[in-house]
Write a protein that binds this ligand. Structure first.
Ligand code: WQD
Length: 348
């Protein structure tokens, strides 16, 4: 799922500035950030993990029509048509499966979807003469990091097929640009996206029971789930529960715009973490969400979840140095915006 965009006017070197596709959680927020930055945007999405009415809400939020094409990034002929119909010079690529647990059950599906999709997209981009790509990667590539905060130089280690598919994606891009410097890639390693758009009209809306913490806590706050299961309280962390670097989805979207704009401006590849540099434990998340929703949310301590690591936290200096990126939203903002969104979504 990605959106392609063009500027309203040609830039200096006569190139239209397209960029990015997406009607999913992060893609839709990045769509808004791109529009705010002056880009025209065309969305391509198979809606496998996005709600059908997201384009309508994007139109409402931008007060402008949304061009949205339903299709799959693995359909090369469709991609050729999109590139033929729109003057595209860069793409931000979100389309991938992202559940660690699911990837353990269907490793080939994850490799075919995540890596196959990337390769099909790159081939279509090459045919269209489009050589700029921002790639959604993940802190999951660090596996079990022996250094936190974790810098981009930390070794990659696959702990599951999802993480492997992201590592292979990064390696494909690194190999491609090393052999053909006409390409330029922005590889963005997300930590834990959370929160929702301040309008209350966009947010994370998993179709089934969420595996990620924040959306699960949100459903407990709504009364749709009875309590939060805390997966282990015997980790080597201050309160024994898992620590993660939660980043507001609007900050994450802003990071994509900075990455895209840098690629278009200087054509130099970059690989950066997108996180806050600050970790919060599971119990801290439950407490923060309790404050946001005004209820003491129930939880119980459960066994550790297989594959979990004690701490993921981003070293953030490189994103600041290369892109001028820094986060602006707090954990309270993430919880408050999530709570507003899920209440709206429940009534929709
Ligand atoms: C966070 C913490 C759990 C649920 C996810 C995605 C991964 C990647 C990064 C995209 C951990 C604990 C969770 C629950 C809990 N996303 N937890 N009870 O595991 O860091 O990774 O974000 O690239 O694909 O899986 O995030 O939200 O699942 O877990 O105690 O019901 O919350 O143990 O410590 P994670 P998460």
């Amino acid at each position: 799922m990605s959106a392609l965009a063009q500027t309203r006017e040609r830039d200096g070197n006569g190139w239209q500035n397209p960029s990015h596709r997406g009607a999913g959680y992060i893609g839709s927020h990045t769509y808004l950030a791109l529009k705010q930055a002056g880009y025209e945007v065309v969305i391509l999405d198979n809606f496998g993990n996005a709600q059908a009415d997201v384009p309508d809400r994007l139109a409402q939020l931008t007060n402008a029509p949304v061009t949205c094409i339903t299709g799959d990034v693995r359909n090369g002929a469709l991609l050729d048509q999109v590139f033929a119909d729109h003057d595209i010079v860069a793409v931000v690529h979100f389309a991938a499966l992202k559940s660690v647990g699911d990837s353990m059950k269907m490793p080939l599906t994850y490799l075919e979807s995540n890596l196959g999709g990337l390769l099909t997209l790159l081939a279509a981009m090459e045919r269209a003469g489009c050589r700029r790509l921002v790639f959604s990667s993940s802190a999951t590539v660090y596996g079990l990091p022996d250094q936190t905060p974790t810098p981009e130089t930390a070794p990659r280690q696959a702990m599951n097929p999802y993480g492997k598919s992201k590592i292979l994606g990064e390696e494909v891009l690194e190999h491609l640009v090393a052999t053909d410097p006409s390409w330029a890639f922005g590889i963005l390693r997300y930590f834990n996206p959370a929160g929702a758009h301040g309008s209350g009209l966009l947010g994370e809306n998993p179709k089934d029971t969420p595996s990620n913490l924040m959306p699960f806590v949100a459903k407990v706050a709504l009364g749709e789930l009875p309590l939060v299961q805390v997966f282990g309280n015997d980790y080597p962390t201050p309160d024994g529960t898992g620590v993660r670097d939660y980043i507001h989805v609007e900050d994450l979207a802003h990071g994509h715009v900075l990455s895209l704009s840098a690629l278009i401006a200087d054509g130099k590849s970059h690989l950066v973490n997108l996180g806050t540099g600050q970790g919060h434990s599971v119990l801290e998340i439950i407490a923060a969400y309790s404050d946001a929703c005004g209820q003491d949310l129930p939880f119980e301590i459960a066994p550790r979840r297989p594959g979990d690591v004690p701490v993921y936290c981003a070293e953030t200096e490189k994103a600041k140095e290369l892109l001028g990126f820094s986060t602006r939203k707090s954990l309270a903002d993430m919880c408050q915006s999530s709570w507003t969104w899920v209440q709206n979504a429940a009534t929709r």
